[in-house]
Design a protein around this ligand. Sequence first.
Ligand SMILES: Nc1ncnc2c1ncn2[C@@H]1O[C@H](COP(=O)(O)OP(=O)(O)OP(=O)(O)O)[C@@H](O)[C@H]1O
Ligand SMILES: [Mg+2]
Length: 252
Amino acid sequence: MKIAVSGKGGAGKSTVSAQLVRCFTFHQMPVFAVDADPDANLGLVLGLDPGKLENLRPLIDLQEVIAAKNAGGGTLVDLNPNVDDVLEKYTLQEGLLRFLKMGAIKQGGSACYCKENSFLNAILTTMLLDRSEAVVLDMSAGIEHLTRGTARGVELMLVVVEPTRAGVSTAKAVDRLSADLKIKKVLFIGNKIRSDEDRAYLEASLPAERFAGMIPFSDKILERARCGEPLVSTLEDIFPDLNKIYTMVCGR
Ligand SMILES: Nc1ncnc2c1ncn2[C@@H]1O[C@H](COP(=O)(O)OP(=O)(O)OP(=O)(O)O)[C@@H](O)[C@H]1O
Ligand SMILES: [Mg+2]
């Protein structure tokens, strides 16, 4: 199962991503957890070792690997290089979980960065279209790492939305971008819900039938974030609606 998670800054993308990643590992399913937001902190939310996370190089910075993969010239997309070794070597492994950092897509003078960006594209193509492991992509609202090609592999785009105007406006923008990329299934998930009014506001602002669930505002989440504790330690830490999403996408 290949899932992308997007939404406004601070909406709860990393929280939702980490919960989904843990659904997979608790069910003994191998999963790639991908930090695809340059400003992301998915590794910490997952409770991975801070020192190891610090030392993990974002894939976009692997100049020597990018040069080697590109030895034949042309773009990496044309060459379709085998990057399985990169997914072994430059990921942080913990049991069935493999964590990796994409790094920011290089903008501006794009021709100069063509190799770097097409390297990331090759990695995403491999994870989303070739490999059998589940994938959870923690993305920025711009979903700029995805292209028409790689988006074919995304089975579910989950848009995290807080009950605010700004949150809804970003969710609509992500929905449009996802439609442009022809992503088949785009669902919303409400987060930080404190009241029936919050829930009603979201269901009135976005198509109600496209909500996959709602997550309550939780002091426990905030407390764990404050103490730097992993968000999920046991199955009981998974919110019921996230379990429902897992069951929906995995059929068990
Ligand atoms: N349901 C919730 N209840 C309470 N606090 C929450 C909830 N969901 C997320 N938070 C808190 O809100 C903050 C932002 O959440 P998170 O980091 O998951 O968002 P994000 O969308 O990944 O943010 P960024 O755009 O910075 O990557 C964090 O401090 C997190 O602990
Ligand atoms: Mg985040």
